[in-house]
Design a protein around this ligand. Structure first.
Ligand SMILES: CC(C)(COP(=O)(O)OP(=O)(O)OC[C@H]1O[C@@H](n2cnc3c(N)ncnc32)[C@H](O)[C@@H]1OP(=O)(O)O)[C@@H](O)C(=O)NCCC(=O)NCCS
Length: 157
């Protein structure tokens, strides 16, 4: 495990996403989510697509954007297998919340598959509410839907 302190969170470059995709299994394991890495999102929402970079590569990243209605939507977040449990996912969310707030976001939202218990636990730790929404992604495709009113850490001591 590596300390999150050695990473720097900055807006993502397209080349960063290529790097992540080349090492996809280190962020997502056996799940193949490569098709969800839509580069247009990084081109168009550069300020809210973030990477945590260090000397030995990208420790984590977040692809997100702010909707016209003021929702900071997180499309993807992942930390590298050797960077988990160091607080990096929390740091990425905090940086995204700041960037989204600067663009007028009032709340955050994300979704995950119902079977992704790690993501559900992670979002709960960050203070998100979790709702299982039937048919969210089409017939028979429920999703766990996360909501958090900004600011992100108001409830923490
Ligand atoms: C989910 C993920 C991004 C979490 O990143 P991380 O860097 O390990 O998270 P952090 O270390 O910042 O943890 C933040 C909090 O969540 C908790 N948490 C993180 N993962 C957890 C897990 N699997 N089970 C229980 N709690 C967890 C931590 O204990 C911590 O709580 P605390 O600050 O109150 O002590 C990471 O596990 C990951 O990349 N998973 C694979 C990709 C994925 O599924 N992404 C989510 C898709 S929506």
């Amino acid at each position: 495990m590596i300390p999150a302190m050695r990473t720097q969170i900055t807006p993502a470059e397209i080349t960063d996403i290529h790097q992540v995709l080349a090492d996809h299994h280190r962020y997502w394991g056996d799940r193949d989510l490569r098709s969800l890495h839509v580069l247009a999102l990084v081109h168009e929402f550069g300020e809210t697509c973030l990477v945590a970079r260090a000397e030995d590569g990208i420790h984590g990243y977040l692809i997100g954007f702010v909707s016209p209605a003021g929702t900071g939507y997180v499309h993807l977040i992942a930390t590298r297998d050797d960077a988990r449990g160091t607080g990096l996912g929390r740091h990425l969310y905090a940086a995204f919340a700041d960037a989204a707030h600067r663009q007028g976001a009032l709340r955050l939202k994300a979704i995950t598959s119902v079977s992704n218990t790690e993501s559900i636990a992670f979002h709960r730790h960050l203070g998100f509410t979790v709702k299982i929404v039937d048919d969210y992604n089409g017939p028979g495709q429920a999703r766990a839907v996360f909501h958090h009113v900004l600011p992100l850490y108001a409830a923490q001591p």
